[in-house]
Structures are given as C-alpha cells and as structure tokens.
Design a protein around this ligand. Structure first.
Ligand SMILES: Nc1ncnc2c1ncn2[C@@H]1O[C@H](COP(=O)(O)OP(=O)(O)O)[C@@H](O)[C@H]1O
Ligand SMILES: [Mg+2]
Length: 349
C-alpha cells in the first residue's frame, strides 16, 4: 500500500499530549482529544507519516504547516474556527483554495447539513420524511405553531453534538415552547428549529463514499432504565456524561429486529439523504423510526464523530470494515474527491 504524508488538522486544545500513549485507557477514554488520538494511532498503524496541529483562529499556522510538511492529504477534523461552529465549512473551502486534498465532506455539504432548517427544506422538497417543523429566527417575534402538534422539540438550527439539547428541549405547551425558543436564542445565539416529537426508536445510519456509496448496518441508541419523567432522547448528558450513561444503562448497539420493510428501505433512504445534501466523505444520519414503520431523518452529521467507540466506527466494524481500514478508506476518498480546481485543470490540459 502506498504511504502518505498525512496532516491531521483539528481544533485548538484537541491535540493529544506527547505522552498520550502512556496514559491509561481510562484517561484517554474520557479526554476531549479521544477521536484525534484514535485517528492518529490508526494512521500510524497504517504506516503513513503523520503530523497533527490544532487551529483556533490562525489560518497562517495552517498554511505554513502545509508548506513545510507538504502533506499528501489533510485529515480534516476541524469543527469550528474562532470558536464558531458554522465556520467549519470555510476550513474545507480554504483547503480547496490552496488546492490541498483533504478528507471528509466538501464545503457545500458541510454548510447544508449543519443548517438544520435548510437541510429540512431540501429533504422536504425531495420527499424525504423529516419531522414537520417551524423556524424561529433570532430577533423575530414569537408566533403560535398552529400547524404542529405537541410534544415538540426545540433545537438550535446550527449547533451539533446535542448542544443545548436537554430534557427541557421537549415541550408540551405554548408557554414552555416560548421559553425554550428564547433559551436557544439567548444561550446559543442562533435561530431555533421547532419540530414535532417523533416517538420511536432512534437509529444512526453511517454512510461512506463520494460517488459510489456504502451504507453501514443501522445502529440504535437505547434507554432501558430512564426515570418515568424523562424522555428517551440523546441529550447532551445522555451522549457525553459517562456516569449518567452508566447509571441509566444508556448505550448503543446494532439495531436488531427491525421490520423487514424498514431494513430493506434503509440503504436507499440513507443514500438519498446523503446525495440530497451534497455530502462526500463520510456522515452519520440521525433518524427515528415511528412504530408504524415510518422512518424520519432528524439531521445529517457530515464529518461525524470518528472515535473508535462511537456509532459510526462501530457500525462500520459491523459491516466488516476494521477501524484502520475505515481510516484508510476515508483517506482514499479524500484523495479521489474531485474538487472544482481539479476539474478545471483537466479542462485546460
Ligand atoms: N423531532 C424529534 N423527535 C424525537 N426526538 C428528537 C427530535 N429531534 C431531536 N430529537 C432528540 O434529540 C437528539 C438531538 O437532536 P439532533 O437533531 O440529532 O441534533 P444534534 O445532535 O445536532 O444536537 C436526537 O438524537 C434525538 O434523541
Ligand atoms: Mg444528532
């Protein structure tokens, strides 16, 4: 196999420390740089040469490192710039302007999938089931959601990783709705999206590819031991707080005993969402399956979490793709991706 020079670029503060390999699994497992560590070790195991930097607000650092290290590919793990999540697609765009091959999703796909309102409008246009919704823009007066039924879920239109999603995000009346929309506006400083709550199983669908797409077996998060008063949703706490997860036995696993018709429908459903949102590289689609067998897409996560023990890698493993193989496939897809500059070059030669 060809050996490459791979530069991992992540956000400032997420570069594993020099002694990371000597740290216990416990420390590594609970660190903020777990994903970067897993990816870095896999790239080393694959025999590639690897370097890693964290960027905060300095594009100069990125540019200089690329000039000096001359990577064949940048492994793009950046999820924010200047501390702003919606700037992530600009990093992919910057790499493209430098004519630097990179892994993961292209700028357009990153932008469309991050914006839940825009993504849902596109899905609706293409007749992909997504919960009925209303957009509550920042600085616009509150209006009654006359066409939606309670309960509803109130989320930021652009923040991911369940930021701002808690039990209070599910509302059952207009007072609570009004309160939660104000919370998102004030605390997250973004538009809010309000959608009908879909009662059912929560499925995560992994997709890998640029043109020819590979879908992974559906993964499911389960909440077997929640207090009566809690809704089974992937809140910030349910996703990231290990103690809370253990306490309530929250975990994810391959989804089994899905209705046959649903099982059959999933690959085409996932591919249609992926293509509708112009995604490339890899993504995880967060979905809900209602008891009548209707599948809904809640959102698409381009450049999703790649940690060894997160849903995407686990479902890839179930599909027979080991973690280093997965990382290698992501690198190969990045090298194969044809941005506009490559097409322009082909035209002029
Ligand atoms: N319409 C909905 N119906 C049921 N649960 C929802 C709905 N929207 C969000 N949730 C719950 O909230 C979690 C986070 O919402 P999601 O749309 O995935 O945003 P993000 O992961 O970007 O915060 C979901 O994984 C799901 O458990
Ligand atoms: Mg999600």
């Amino acid at each position: 196999m060809k050996k490459y020079r791979v530069l991992i670029v992540t956000s400032d503060g997420l570069v594993p420390p020099d002694n990371s390999k000597d740290l216990s699994d416990e420390v590594k497992g609970s660190s903020s740089w777990k994903m970067e560590y897993d990816v870095m070790v896999a790239i080393e195991e694959l025999g590639h040469e690897v370097a890693i930097i964290g960027v905060f607000d300095d594009l100069g650092l990125l540019r200089r490192t690329i000039e000096e290290f001359k990577p064949d590919i940048v492994f793009n793990l950046v999820h924010e710039f200047h501390g702003v999540g919606v700037y992530d697609h600009h990093i992919a765009a910057y790499l493209e302007l430098l004519r630097q091959p990179y892994t993961g999703c292209n700028p357009r796909g990153l932008m469309l999938s991050r914006d839940k309102i825009l993504a849902k409008k596109l899905m609706q246009y293409h007749r992909i089931q997504t919960p009925r919704f209303l957009a509550y823009r920042l600085n616009k007066p509150f209006r009654k959601p006359t066409k939606l039924s309670y309960p509803m879920v109130v989320k930021s239109s652009v923040e991911d990783a369940s930021l701002g999603v808690s039990q209070a995000s599910v509302v059952h009346n207009e007072d609570k709705l009004r309160e939660r929309v104000a919370f998102v506006h004030e605390q997250v400083q973004s538009d809010a999206v309000v959608e009908e709550y879909i009662e059912g199983r929560e499925l995560y669908l992994g997709v890998l590819g640029n043109v020819r797409l590979n879908t992974f077996p559906p993964w499911e998060i389960v909440f077997p031991d929640l207090p009566e008063s809690s809704m089974p949703i992937a809140t910030n706490r349910a996703k990231w707080n290990r103690k809370y997860r253990l306490e309530h036995k929250i975990h994810s696993r391959a989804a089994y005993k899905l209705p046959e018709a649903v099982e059959k429908q999933i690959p085409a459903f996932a591919k249609k969402i992926y293509r509708t949102l112009f995604l490339t590289g890899y993504a995880r689609l967060d979905c809900r399956l209602r008891s009548d067998g209707t599948l809904f897409c809640l959102e698409a996560n381009a450049n999703c979490d790649l940690s060894l023990d997160d849903e995407f890698a686990l479902s890839g493993d179930k599909a027979g793709i080991s973690y280093p193989e997965l990382v290698q496939k992501i690198i190969s897809l990045g090298l194969q991706y044809k941005p506009a500059w490559k097409r322009a070059e082909a035209l002029s030669s």
